[in-house]
Design a protein around this ligand. Structure first.
Ligand code: 3HC
Length: 301
């Protein structure tokens, strides 16, 4: 059955090679998923060799974990690792049909990345972005072929969570959208077509939820009590643990984007901002006890 709003799949283009811009955690997860499901070469790129090596090593490490768990055999593991490689230059994308970016969440950075990719790829290569909240139309606006840009928003952990928000920008054409849906289905994701609105759908809801928990903590409810109070909601993960999984800086970025669009509904908590500026990766320590310094930031005046 064709998902609501998806164009005819006959328009979808075949994908024989994928490019991933960025070699962070999200990019590594994406590289692995594309190699596993599309069975095509996946080239990752980043600004420096150290970051690139780390990203490729992460993806290869995840393949090893699958082999260790007995999910794949040694041949399959070697094949997947051979499909995923790194290149410092975007020239390696010249014969890619689908490039996805997962770089720093800043419009100018993403626009620059897309301009650089457009300079080396074919006219029909799809340019997808995994942005959490930025406008896809604005990201595409300076390109020669904005019609090939589409939002492709995954959820952490990418290997496990089934949803994929596919975002049509104001100039995205039917062939691009059909290709995006075909790729999404091959990745075995449940694809939904969402509007190019700030933070799309899921992050808008999630941020609201997180903001209310942060608010309760700021008002004096201890973090662990707020977490226990979340239990009746049946969430798969408590809100503050989820903040650590997503990354506090990304959560703040989504919050700021939503604040820009809907200032009244999405205020930015100064304590949350201070917490992010502290550089902490979450409110819990590795042994899942609360980090007293994080607690202090949320309690502080
Ligand atoms: N990477 C890969 N696989 C992972 C993983 C990871 N980081 N974390 C867990 N898994 C796998 C495990 O290996 C396990 O697989 P298996 O059954 O095949 O062995 C499976 O997931 C279940 O894991 P666990 O049994 O350890 O734990 P849970 O049952 O508690 O599930 C969870 C873990 C899937 C992370 C679950 O807690 C969950 O769904 N949490 C909510 C996550 C969520 O809401 N994410 C969305 C964030 S928003 C976002 O990403 C958008 C962005 O723009 C901000």
């Amino acid at each position: 059955k064709r998902p609501a709003g998806a164009p005819d799949k006959a328009l979808a283009r075949k994908i024989t090679k994928v490019g991933v811009v960025g070699a962070g955690l999200m990019a590594g997860q994406l590289a692995l998923l594309f190699a596993q499901r599309l069975e095509v070469p996946v080239v990752m790129t980043d600004l420096d060799q150290a970051r690139l090596d780390k990203g490729v090593a992460y993806a290869h490490g995840e393949v090893d974990k699958l082999a260790k768990k007995g999910r794949i055999n040694a041949d399959r593991a070697n094949r997947l690792k051979a499909l995923i490689r790194g290149s410092l230059t975007k020239d390696a994308f010249s014969d890619a049909d689908f490039v996805i970016e997962a770089v720093f969440e800043e419009m100018s950075v993403k626009q620059k990345v897309f301009a650089e990719v457009e300079a080396v790829v074919s006219e029909t290569c799809v340019l997808a972005t995994n942005t959490s909240s930025l406008s896809i139309s604005e990201m595409a606006s300076k390109l020669e072929h904005p019609e090939r840009v589409v939002g492709f928003h995954f959820f952490n952990p990418v290997a496990v969570l089934p949803l994929l928000e596919i975002v049509r920008a104001d100039r995205t054409d039917d062939a691009t959208l059909a290709t995006a849906f075909a790729v999404g289905r091959t990745l075995k994701k449940s694809c939904v077509l969402v509007k190019d609105a700030p933070a799309f759908v899921v992050n808008r809801v999630l941020l609201r939820l997180m903001a209310e928990f942060i608010g309760a903590v700021e008002e004096g409810t201890p973090i662990d009590v707020a977490e226990r109070a979340a239990a009746p909601l049946g969430l798969p993960m408590s809100p503050f643990i989820l903040m650590g999984l997503v990354g506090p800086a990304i959560a703040l970025h989504v919050n700021e984007t939503l604040h820009g669009a809907f200032p009244e509904r999405f205020p930015v908590s100064p304590k949350f901002r201070r917490f992010v500026e502290s550089g902490k990766s979450g409110v819990y320590l590795p042994d899942f006890t609360l980090d007293p310094e994080a607690v202090e930031i949320f309690k502080g005046g």
